[in-house]
Design a protein around this ligand. Sequence first.
Ligand code: CMP
Length: 140
Amino acid sequence: MAVERTLSIIKPDATERNITGKIIDKLESAGLRVVAQKRVRWSQAEAEAFYGVHRERPFFNDLVAFMTSGPIVMQVLEGENAVATNREVMGATNPADAAAGTIRKEYAVNIEANSVHGSDSAENAAAEISMCFADSELVG
Ligand code: CMP
């Protein structure tokens, strides 16, 4: 299996509860390595651009409001099969459906405040990484 990279975001519900370290521990324990990381607060325009694919969904405005409600931690994770590994560790989008031991089962509040985002394909990972980081910020 190839080494690949994926984009991970720790969402405002998790930064607010001061549990970013607990979440990163789960990711690292699964064999993923943080090769880029920054804590930022998104503007409305940045959140709308990042989640542009969901623009027509009924939850879009609430999602943008939530993602701009506090700081987030953006990170690039690297490892074998990183996209799938990250999604496995995150668990299902809705914490009610998430498997035991996953980040969302343990920490998510609800389907919106679900603590983490992770790219859903290698193609989207590349696009999301380039939206959030300059090449020079991928430091290994
Ligand atoms: P994320 O992986 O960040 O991608 C889009 C986000 O929209 C998703 O996680 C959820 O937090 C949020 N969301 C809110 N409501 C819904 C919904 N009904 N279905 C899917 N995603 C939702």
